[in-house]
Structure formats: structure tokens, C-alpha cells
Design a binder for this molecule. Structure first.
Ligand SMILES: NC(=O)C1=CN([C@@H]2O[C@H](COP(=O)(O)OP(=O)(O)OC[C@H]3O[C@@H](n4cnc5c(N)ncnc54)[C@H](O)[C@@H]3O)[C@@H](O)[C@H]2O)C=CC1
Ligand SMILES: N[C@@H](CC=O)C(=O)O
Length: 360
């Protein structure tokens, strides 16, 4: 036990992904110890308002402990606790979808935290923010891993980075980038169930964003495209992504999530019309395309032949077709579950282990 490396993980956001990560870490302890001489402790867990602290690491009773003993917090309280208890090797996990939370990244980095994030927001704000974050990481010698930002647990970002760093010329990345939209259109195209019902199933399975309009508006796919573009050193902004939104204007903007959910049946008729217009061999798919040569990014709903690789997708699978110089006309393809709490939490866990291996 004494030779183990101790890693401390502070989890922000204990929803679908965050709570599954806690379960996966708890279940993997003896294996991590045996194979990697690694002990991962979780001294703090939080939701948007409350934090629960245990300097020795939360226990299996964490859910009840959180309900009973959590208290309101500010980010300074978290930093202060870690400092006061002299806790080293600390990784902040962002398992929120919060725009506000990413403003904490730089203060966390300045106070010794590494970051592992499932939240796409930090990588998709302005390019100035993107750069400032990386400057802070370099200055404080800290790491920021975010493999789950694109394709959940699939190794997309690392693959793209490795290809790019080895000088491979990537011309285009095309595919179905969203697990939830994949599930929605795979199910909807094949079944007689209404669009709103399929959407609600996707949400119950933990596939959608906390606000499903983030998926339906195309914003979530646009973010993924932008993240990949920036990995390829394109200084692109979110506003440059051409987006086809599937949310009618009247349900966007002025309605909140609850109001949208209450009126979601209004989506049924327009989607039924699109479905009726399909021939027997066609399906609907929401695709993204990053054309690196032209520097264009576009996300849209298309009609696809059932027999094509994109047309054949099942479940919540994503597919990424990567066109490069060495692979020629035939793309290099990565396919698999592109959303879901278990695969996403596993992706975060892999980032934690990867980062831990680089720490002393
Ligand atoms: N569910 C999935 O399949 C995938 C999710 N992701 C990303 O993972 C993140 C989490 O997704 P889910 O767990 O499905 O969402 P969720 O809605 O189930 O959980 C989000 C949690 O974040 C908490 N939260 C919100 N604002 C916060 C703040 N300022 N500080 C601390 N906690 C805050 C909420 O209270 C909630 O506990 C999102 O960014 C999502 O895009 C990424 C890949 C796949
Ligand atoms: N809503 C997203 C979740 C993961 O990023 C998706 O469906 O891909």
C-alpha cells in the first residue's frame, strides 16, 4: 500500500456521467492498486450548489453522505480545503455542462489542479479564451485532458492529435458526431414511435445533453467539430460553423428547459413530414463535416441511403470518417457508442489514469 501513487480527484457534477465515474473508480480500486500501484481518492464531490468533503476519500455511502452532509460552496472553498489538507496530485473533473463553471479552470490551474473534462464549453468559447487557458497550463505545468469532448469514450481526439503531430495531412473529417442524434434518428427512421417519444427515450438513457436543445439545435455537434478543427490548429470560432438547427424558433430562446419539454410534442408533425418524404431505402442522419482544406465547418440533417456506412448506424453509435493523405480516397474510420454515461465515464477514467501516469 505504502508504495502506491495517490491521486486525488475532485468531481464537479454528479449527474449521469459524474456519478457513474464514482462507481467505476470505486469498483476499480483493487485492480488499479495491483496493476498500476495507483490509489485514486475522491476528497470532494459537488453539484452546482453543494459540496461534500471527506479528506480520506468518499466511501460507498457517498450518495447518502452527499444528501446528509453536503454544504453550499464557492470555488474558493474547494481550493482552500485542498490547500489546508495539503492534498497533492489533484485533478478537477468537469462533469458539468456549465458555461459558468469553465471560468474556474484558470483559478484551479493556478492553485495546482490538473483538469479532466467532459464539458465541451472550455474548448469552444472564443479562441482568445482557448489560448489563455493553454498559456496558464504551460505556465503552471499542468495538464488538461478532454478525450470525452468528442465521441465520448472513443479515441478521437488522441488519434487526430497523433496524426497531426506526425505530419499527416488531414483533409476532411465527416460523420455522425452525436450519439444522441444518432440514437434519435436511427430509432425514429426505423420505428413508428413519435419524434417526441424517441427524444424522451434518448434523454432517459442519459444520451442527451442536460438541455436536449443543445443536441437538437446542432450546437453540441458544432462544438465537437470546432474542437477537432482547433486540434488541427485552425483558429476557428464557433460562429463560423454553419448550423442547421432542428429546434423551431418558437421553442428556442425565450422558453426554458421545462417549457420546452412541456411543448416537445410540437416537433412531431414537422419530423413526421420529413419522414414521410423518405423513400424505402432512405434514412435521416444528422451529420457534421469539417473540410480542413476549405476551412469550412457544417452540421446538418441529411437524407442518406440505408446501405451507406452512415445509413447503417445503429443505437447511439457515432462514426468518424477521417480522410488523410496517406489513407487516400478511403477514409480511416472510427465507429462506436458516441454517448452514454458508462462509456463517457470510462473515457474520463482513462484520461485520469493517463494523467496519473505522468505524475510523481
Ligand atoms: N451523457 C453523455 O453521453 C455524454 C456527456 N458528455 C458531457 O458530460 C457532461 C455531463 O453530462 P451528464 O452527466 O449527462 O449531465 P447531467 O445533467 O446528468 O449532470 C450534470 C451535473 O452537473 C451539475 N452542475 C451543473 N452546473 C454545475 C456547476 N456550475 N458546478 C458543479 N456542478 C454543476 C448538475 O448539478 C449535475 O449534477 C456534459 O458536459 C456533457 O456534454 C460528454 C460525452 C457524452
Ligand atoms: N449529447 C452528446 C453527448 C456527448 O457528447 C451526444 O449525443 O453526442
Amino acid at each position: 500500500m505504502s508504495n502506491s501513487k495517490h491521486i486525488h480527484v475532485v468531481i464537479f457534477g454528479i449527474g449521469n456521467v459524474g456519478s457513474t465515474l464514482i462507481q467505476q473508480i470505486n469498483m476499480a480500486q483493487s485492480n488499479l492498486q495491483l496493476k498500476h500501484q495507483l490509489q485514486i481518492e475522491i476528497p470532494i464531490i459537488t453539484n452546482s450548489k453543494l459540496a461534500f468533503y471527506n479528506e480520506n476519500g468518499i466511501e460507498n455511502s457517498w450518495l447518502i453522505d452527499f444528501e446528509k452532509f453536503s454544504e453550499p460552496y464557492k470555488i474558493e472553498d474547494i481550493i482552500q480545503f485542498i490547500k489546508a489538507k495539503k492534498i497533492k496530485n489533484v485533478i478537477a473533473i468537469d462533469a458539468t455542462a456549465s458555461v459558468d463553471f469553465v471560468q474556474n479552470y484558470v483559478p484551479l490551474i493556478e492553485n495546482g489542479f490538473h483538469i479532466v473534462s467532459a464539458n465541451k464549453v472550455a474548448n469552444t468559447l472564443s479562441y482568445d479564451f482557448y489560448e489563455a487557458l493553454r498559456q496558464s497550463l504551460r505556465k503552471h505545468n499542468k495538464s488538461f485532458l478532454y478525450e470525452t469532448n468528442v465521441g465520448a469514450g472513443l479515441p478521437i481526439i488522441e488519434t487526430i492529435k497523433n496524426l497531426y503531430n506526425s505530419g499527416e495531412h488531414i483533409a476532411k473529417i465527416r460523420g455522425v458526431f452525436s450519439g444522441s442524434l444518432s440514437y434519435i434518428f436511427n430509432e425514429y427512421s426505423e420505428s413508428d414511435v413519435s419524434f417526441s417519444k424517441v427524444l424522451s427515450q434518448a434523454s432517459k438513457l442519459g444520451l442527451t445533453e442536460p438541455d436536449a436543445r443543445e443536441d437538437l439545435s446542432g450546437n453540441d455537434v458544432a462544438r465537437k467539430l470546432l474542437i477537432l478543427a482547433r486540434e488541427l490548429n485552425l483558429k476557428t470560432e464557433f460562429q463560423q460553423v454553419k448550423i442547421e438547427s432542428l429546434v423551431p424558433k418558437k421553442l428556442n430562446g425565450k422558453t426554458n428547459v421545462q417549457q420546452f419539454n412541456a411543448r416537445v410534442k410540437e416537433l412531431d408533425l414537422p419530423f413526421q413530414k420529413r419522414k414521410t418524404a423518405l423513400s424505402k431505402n432512405q434514412v435521416l442522419r444528422y451529420v457534421g463535416e469539417l473540410d480542413v482544406v476549405r476551412q469550412t465547418l457544417e452540421v446538418k440533417l441529411i437524407t442518406e441511403q440505408k446501405q451507406s456506412p452512415i445509413g447503417q448506424l445503429k443505437g447511439a453509435d457515432s462514426i468518424f470518417e477521417i480522410f488523410t493523405e496517406s489513407y487516400g480516397e478511403k477514409p480511416f474510420v472510427i465507429q462506436g457508442a458516441g454517448a452514454g454515461k458508462a462509456v463517457t465515464a470510462r473515457g474520463l477514467f482513462s484520461d485520469i489514469v493517463k494523467l496519473s501516469n505522468s505524475l510523481n
